[in-house]
Design a protein. Structure first.
Length: 156
């Protein structure tokens, strides 16, 4: 991966629904809140941040790697699937790759739905499936400098 490189934004519009997915090597800029919406009563936002420990060990950062091309395609496919499966209006997702320090966001997801129940169900499904299906790998950088695979032990 070349620093400063940005992978293409995949944008698909179906009827009046919008899906945006993006994998970026730079700090995540959150999607803005939208106060003009008249039909969506729920706007759900999830920010996944790097904690100071991984599996009980202190860390300096996490490094995310991805299978370029395949990760973007699978992320877009998952977003489309989530839109079809749940009664939600729009789904936006940004996932970061590269070295991410403690406190920084590695994942930003925004979902709009008419009611909170559908939005919460969609968010839970989307994040769980993202961790399972999208070829993005996480490495912990320990305080010793050692780089070790990071396993997600808490799936839900």
């Amino acid at each position: 991966m070349k620093m400063g490189m940005k992978w293409p934004l995949f944008h698909q519009s179906r009827a009046d629904k919008v899906v945006l997915t993006e994998i970026v090597p730079a700090p995540i800029v959150p999607f803005p809140s939208d106060n003009t919406r008249r039909e969506e009563g729920a706007e759900l936002v999830f920010n996944g941040r790097v904690r100071g420990t991984e599996q009980g060990q202190d860390i300096l950062a996490l490094e995310y790697e991805h299978y370029e091309g395949m990760a973007e395609q699978e992320l877009q496919s998952l977003a489309d699937e989530t839109m079809a499966k749940f009664l939600i209006q729009d789904l936006f997702c940004r996932h970061r790759v590269g070295r991410i320090t403690i406190g920084e966001a590695s994942l930003h997801v925004a979902i709009w739905s008419q009611h909170r129940k559908e939005g919460l169900q969609a968010m839970t499904y989307f994040i769980r499936e993202l961790k399972e299906r999208v070829p993005i790998w996480k490495w912990a950088i320990l305080v010793s400098g050692e780089r070790v695979p990071s396993e997600c032990v808490h799936r839900d």
